[in-house]
Design a protein around this ligand. Sequence first.
Ligand SMILES: C[S@@+](CC[C@H](N)C(=O)[O-])C[C@H]1O[C@@H](n2cnc3c(N)ncnc32)[C@H](O)[C@@H]1O
Length: 266
Amino acid sequence: MRNAVIAAIALGLVGCNRPSDPPAGHDSKNMPGHTGPEGHDHEASKERAFHAQEHEEQAQAFADHRGRGHHKHHRFTNAAEWTAQFDSPDRAVWQKPDEVVAALKLTPGMTVADLGAGTGYFTMRLAKAVPEGRVIANDLEPDMVKWIGERAAKEGLANVTTVEGASADPKLPEGLDVALMVDTYHHIDEPSRFFGKVRDALKPGGLLVVVDFKKDAPEDAPGPPAAMRVDDAIVAAHLQKLGLTHERTDRELLPYQYLVFMRKPG
Ligand SMILES: C[S@@+](CC[C@H](N)C(=O)[O-])C[C@H]1O[C@@H](n2cnc3c(N)ncnc32)[C@H](O)[C@@H]1O
C-alpha cells in the first residue's frame, strides 16, 4: 500500500489542468452516484475505521515523502492566465461556492483565512460573509497575492488582507476563527510544517476546513488526475496527528470534492 501511495505521489506532479488545457468535463452525466451520507453508511464507516491505521501510515508516508523534498508542485505564477480556469462561471456548477461558504457557519465579525487563495474565488465570497470581520488571503505566489489585493479593491472589499506565505509557513496572524483551504491540500510540499502553523494561528475552538477532490471521483472529473488526489481519510488522519480534532467529513455537498472539518481543541 505504501508503495502505491508513493507511486501516486510521484505520478501526481501536476495538480490542476494548465490554463491551456481544455476545461474538464462538467457534464452532469459524469456526476458520481451517491449511496447515502458517508457518516450514516454503517458498512462504509466500519470499512473506514478498519483502515484507520493504514490511513495513518499513508498519511505519514505522504508527509515524509514531501518533507524530504521529493514532491515539487507546479507553480501558479501568472494569475491573469489562471483566472480563466479558477473563476470560470462553469466552475460554480460543481464547486457550489455559496454552499461551501454557508457550510462554514460564519458570523459577521469573524477572522477567516483563505489558504492557497489563488485568484480569490473564495476570498471575495468570504469577505462578503464577514463584513465586520477580516479575511486573510494567503498564497505562495506573489502574483496571486497582488491579483487578490487588486481584485478586493476593485470589488470594494476593504476587509481583505493579503499574505504572501512561504512553502512551509503560511505566515498567518494569530486569532483565526476559521481557515479554509480549497483544492490546495494536494499541492502543499511540507504539509506537517504548514498545517502546524495553521493550527497555531487558529483560536482555541477554531475550525479548519479542507476541501479537495475525492479519490474515487471519475478520472475525467474536474481537478487533478486520480493519482494525485488525496483521500479524505488521509487528510483527516494527518491533521489529527497535528493535534486537531476530526469533527466530520462531508462527501455529499459537492459531487467531486469532500469537505474535512477539523477543530482546534478549546
Ligand atoms: C488549485 S489553486 C486553488 C486556488 C483557490 N483556493 C481556488 O479554489 O480557486 C492552488 C493554489 O495554492 C497555492 N499554493 C500552493 N502551495 C502553497 C503553499 N505552500 N502555501 C500557499 N499557497 C500555496 C498555489 O499558488 C495556487 O494559487
